[in-house]
Design a protein around this ligand. Structure first.
Ligand code: FAD
Length: 392
């Protein structure tokens, strides 16, 4: 029997790929190998409503349980892929099984970035990327009065918002001089900094960490290189993610902190990579990018499906992303690549405004706060201003 399509990873991008392949009329085996014990689920609520409202894990599933059996997509869950033999076209799983493939797709996502710090392995130190992380974190949060969050990116701030809504003390420790520096412009950082402080979050900027403190039983706080000690009942590390590209690298694929793919999500003959684990050249922005957002997981999976179905369409997105903090929705579209002008539209004091970023007169990014219309228009206007693949 031909090996069919094997998808490594069973997350957002893997799910969309399998769905698009079946919708496109692809028969034959599709196997998905996921190291988590869950069918494909959406990750964004983990740091938002799921953390706060504690619905059953089923509420996160991207498709009902029957979808996969009805569409003959085999899910092999709770087991990791360990190696790929490209010559024999075989994937070896950690549990010893081997699957042949005709087409192999990496959809392995990201993992929390290592933070080499004394005390990082103490009980009471958590990260947040998976359902099982929330399962461990949530009861510990319930017992905590004061938490320290390392990292003032969107995940750290979303958790800080939930903590304040529950009446817990939250300290956010950020190495940069402003929060969300990697994804948003200064006006947006200022707005969210003010928002969190007004709700009682203790934000510390420009901090370097010396250690996480505690004893064998639990973490009890952190120490900064300045010598200052910040006590905590629990420490959450939210310092970003790195691509799961180790297996691809070991199989000889080109990886640059992300599996390098072309406009069609193609990494090598009969091998694709999609979603958070893939890096590709954006003609719109003139550099290779690796995106960590649902939009990219879905749209790049669709592009890979089109290519596998022999209807290739180049993929060169205007990326977009959202974050929910308290009652505020931030929507970010485009990339802040070397903008030379920024214009704020509306008044941040009204908690409804947007910021437009231009480079050489062209709109390259729009950050919108509680302004869905500005976000939608921004996406269209950036697409019009920046040429896409083949557009010049
Ligand atoms: P994932 O959904 O991460 O799936 C990859 C899967 O592959 C994982 O289950 C992983 O464990 C598995 N895997 C890895 N290695 C192996 C292996 N060797 N064998 C088998 N399986 C393996 N995006 C937004 O746009 N908006 C948001 O508000 C937002 N909030 C987020 C909040 C949190 C807490 C997190 C963690 C992410 C958030 N994201 C958000 C990002 C978004 O969830 C990701 O961009 C998206 O899930 C990427 O899809 P993916 O399929 O590439 O990877």
């Amino acid at each position: 029997m031909p090996g069919g399509i094997v998808i490594l990873g069973a997350g957002q991008a893997a799910a969309q790929l399998a769905v698009s392949l079946r919708q496109g009329g692809r028969d034959g085996p599709i196997r998905m190998v996921g190291d988590e014990p869950y069918a494909p689920y959406q990750r964004p609520p983990l740091s938002k409503a799921f953390l706060k409202e504690r619905p059953p894990a089923d509420s996160l599933l991207l498709r009902g349980a029957h979808y996969w059996t009805d569409h003959k997509v085999e899910l092999h869950l709770g087991t990791a892929a360990a190696a790929v033999d490209r010559t024999r076209k075989i994937v070896g799983l950690r549990d010893g099984r081997m699957f042949d493939y005709d087409t192999l797709v990496f959809a392995t996502g990201t993992r929390a970035r290592d933070l080499p710090l004394p005390g990082i392995d103490l009980p009471g130190v958590f990260s947040l990327r998976k359902i099982d992380d929330v399962r461990r974190l949530r009861p510990a949060l319930d017992d905590a009065r004061r938490i320290v969050i390392i990292g003032g990116g969107y995940i750290g701030l979303e958790v800080a918002a939930v903590m304040r809504q529950e009446g817990r003390d939250a300290v956010v420790v950020e190495a940069e001089d402003r929060v969300m520096k990697r994804v948003a412009g200064e006006t947006i950082s200022e707005f969210f900094d003010g928002l969190h402080r007004s709700r009682g979050v203790d934000i510390r900027l420009g901090c370097r960490l010396a250690s996480i403190d505690g004893d064998d039983s639990r973490a009890s706080g952190i120490t900064l290189t300045s010598g200052e000690r910040i006590a905590a009942d629990l420490v959450l590390v939210a310092t970003g993610a790195r691509a799961n590209d180790d297996i691809a690298k070991a199989a000889g694929l080109l990886c640059e902190e992300g599996i390098v793919v072309d406009d069609f999500a193609h990494a090598a003959p009969d091998i694709y990579a999609i979603g958070d684990c893939a890096r590709f050249y954006s003609r719109r922005y003139g550099r290779k990018i690796r995106l960590e957002c649902v939009q990219n997981a879905i749209d790049q999976a669709k592009a890979a499906a089109d290519a596998i179905l022999a209807k290739p369409k180049p993929y060169d997105p205007v990326p977009w992303f959202w974050s929910d903090q308290y009652e505020i929705k931030l929507q970010i579209t485009g990339l802040l690549d070397g903008f030379d002008a920024a214009e704020t539209i509306g008044n941040p004091a009204d908690a409804k405004f947007s910021v437009e970023y231009r480079k050489g007169g062209k709109l390259i990014a729009v950050d919108a706060v509680n302004d869905g219309r500005a976000h939608m228009l921004g996406r269209r206007r950036i697409a019009a201003d920046l040429p896409e693949v083949g557009g010049g």
